[in-house]
Design a protein around this ligand. Structure first.
Ligand code: DOR
Ligand code: ZN
Length: 442
């Protein structure tokens, strides 16, 4: 990345939206030396000597933060690498991602946690590892949370698998509360999901596939909430998909418990009825749920109960997905379609204000993962910025993805809302169009 003139970038003429500062209007934004230097009413910074980014007609938001991403390194570079996954993140407007530990080997050690953050990996955006909660994510023996946090882990999880045993989950919460990190639970009672590959209901019945009941999720969410009440810890529910789980989170929040949750774009965009022809790009864990569940998620996204949108970007190679539905691996890519789905479905169809969508992608994920100085454009914070055109329509082509894997159910979908630029530490690392900047020395 060539150094910027004077190391300053002025993002001019855009509509700035920063829920953390309650800013929603025409402001110019000056970035200098990797930090936000100034936010000023439009035109006020015109005399500053800086590279100019023309953001007219655009929304200027804090850099998006995706707290649930599978980067597949170490060990599965044929699916994704930290370099390719973070390039896809940048193309999707994400300036920070939290990297899940179900790598090969599992990230249950400070050494792997550090390895993932080594500049040698070629990350294009900030990578915050979430380390395994138990050794090998086997659910038996806790990892060394203090050492993992010292190595840079921001949370613990056994994602892909639940922490099933009550006493292990309780000790995990007790260890995490001392370090002020969340335990991220993949809520799935695997005793109810053996051999299941999609949501239980008429669609599974028609396709002849073993059904996966929503109670497999909500029962673990309720159990975890009880343990959270007992321990005072912070529980974060990953990829929440069922109406009943959301009711549990709503109850927990009303009791003042530290319980947060995330929802994926695919769970607010699709339902089990969309699994029509055994297309394995519609297979993920948790599965696409019923219309009723989706309606509940849309309500929770509108009313504030859901904290974050997180993609659960889960790349798999073509030869792996090219298998019978019940044998194919769970997971779909998601980094490059998140904003388009959020704008098209949440904003356009369901009338969620853009400000709420930004909160779900920035302010709240930063708070959930304790990422200080991120998720806001307040002066002094990191110069991570996402600029997008909320009106622009485009067609997603999985084949053009920056990810190494193309396993998306949204191939050829028409979307509204397109990333114009992704800026990390003051550097434009992704830009949609040919240079919009006038490199002015005024
Ligand atoms: O669909 C999923 N894929 N859900 C998970 O929990 C794990 C992930 C993966 O690693 O592929
Ligand atoms: Zn996951």
């Amino acid at each position: 990345m060539p150094p910027l003139p004077n190391n300053k970038l002025l993002i001019r003429g855009g509509h700035l939206l920063d829920p953390a500062q309650n800013l929603d209007g025409s402001y110019d934004l000056l970035l200098a030396e990797g930090r936000v230097a100034e936010v000023a009413p439009a035109g006020k910074l015109d005399q500053v000597e800086a590279e100019i980014f023309d953001a007219r007609g655009m929304i200027v938001a804090p850099g998006f933060i995706d707290i649930h991403v599978h980067l597949r390194e170490p060990g599965q570079f044929y699916k994704e690498t930290i370099a390719s996954g973070t390039m896809a993140a940048a193309a999707g407007g994400f300036t920070s991602v939290c990297a899940m530990p179900n790598t090969v080997p599992v990230n249950d050690s400070p050494a792997i946690t550090r390895w993932m953050q080594d500049p040698e990996r070629g990350a294009q955006v900030n990578v915050f590892p979430i380390a395994a909660a138990t050794l090998g994510s086997l659910g038996e023996q806790l990892t060394d949370y203090a050492a993992l946090v010292r190595a840079g882990a921001v949370a613990v999880t056994d994602d892909g698998k639940p922490i099933l045993r009550d006493e292990i989950m309780e000790t995990a919460l007790k260890a995490a509360v001392r370090l002020e990190i969340p335990v991220v639970q993949h809520a799935e009672d695997t005793r109810m999901t053996t051999a299941a590959s999609m949501n239980s209901g008429p669609s599974a019945f028609r396709l002849g596939l073993r059904g996966w009941p929503p109670e497999a999720e909500s029962s673990i969410v309720r159990r975890d909430i009880e343990l959270t009440a007992k321990t005072g810890a912070h529980l974060h529910v990953a990829h929440l998909s069922a109406a009943e789980s959301l009711n549990a989170v709503r109850d927990a929040k009303s009791e003042g418990l530290r319980v947060t949750c995330e929802v994926t774009p695919h769970h607010f965009a699709l339902v089990d009825e969309d699994v029509t022809d055994y297309n394995t790009n519609f297979k993920m864990n948790p599965p696409l749920r019923s219309r009723h569940d989706r309606e509940a998620l849309l309500a929770g996204l509108a009313d504030g109960i859901i904290d974050c949108i997180a993609t659960d970007h889960a790349p798999h190679a073509r030869h792996e997905k090219n298998a019978e539905f019940d044998r194919a691996p769970f997971g779909i890519t998601g980094l490059e379609t998140a904003l388009g789905l959020a704008i098209s479905i949440l904003h356009e169809k369901n009338k969620l204000p853009l400000k709420r969508i930004i909160e779900l992608l920035t302010t709240n994920p930063a708070r959930v993962m304790g990422l200080a100085g991120r998720g806001t454009l307040a002066p002094g914070s990191h110069a991570d910025v996402t600029v997008f055109d909320p009106a622009r329509e485009w067609t997603y082509r999985a084949a053009d993805s920056h990810s190494k894997s193309k396993n998306s159910p949204f191939d050829a979908w028409r979307m509204q809302g397109r990333i114009a630029a992704t800026i990390v530490a003051g550097n434009i690392i992704f830009r949609d169009e040919p240079p919009r900047t006038q490199n002015t020395q005024r």
